[in-house]
Design a protein around this ligand. Structure first.
Ligand code: AMP
Ligand code: ZN
Length: 114
């Protein structure tokens, strides 16, 4: 846990959120500013500022983020089309520096993303 980190505080339930999945390695909650009808953030419990801070010891949990996204997509009937997004660095739109995978669904998506 990083003392000043918003998502570490959400994991510790010091800040309220709508948690949709959690286990001992990851937690997932509804995005407060949804960019699609379904917009969920899936995070490792371990504080990693971004993908740039990840190492080989994080390999399993990084894969798990994607598998939890697929599991939630199935549960929420998003299999017709959904997107997982991991923004890295402010130039890519990252605003919270605790690594998180966005799961977006329930609408049509364009390519390339903006
Ligand atoms: P990013 O811009 O990729 O770092 O994504 C950060 C996301 O966190 C944004 O989509 C925000 O809407 C979302 N967010 C910020 N604060 C909260 C919060 N307290 N609860 C839920 N989502 C949040
Ligand atoms: Zn954190």
């Amino acid at each position: 846990m990083s003392a000043d980190c918003l998502f570490c505080k959400i994991a510790a339930k010091k800040i309220p959120s709508k948690i949709v999945y959690e286990d001992d390695e990851v937690f997932a909650f509804e995005d407060i500013g949804p960019q699609a009808p379904t917009h969920i953030l899936i995070c490792p419990r371990k504080h990693l500022g971004s993908l740039n801070e990840a190492s080989s010891e994080d390999q399993a949990v990084l894969g798990k983020l994607q598998l939890v996204a697929a599991q939630l997509a199935r549960k929420l009937n998003l299999l017709a089309g959904y997107r997982t997004v991991l923004n890295n660095g402010s130039g890519a739109g990252q605003s919270v520096f605790h690594l998180h995978l966005h799961l977006l669904g329930g609408r049509t998506f364009r390519w390339p993303p903006g």
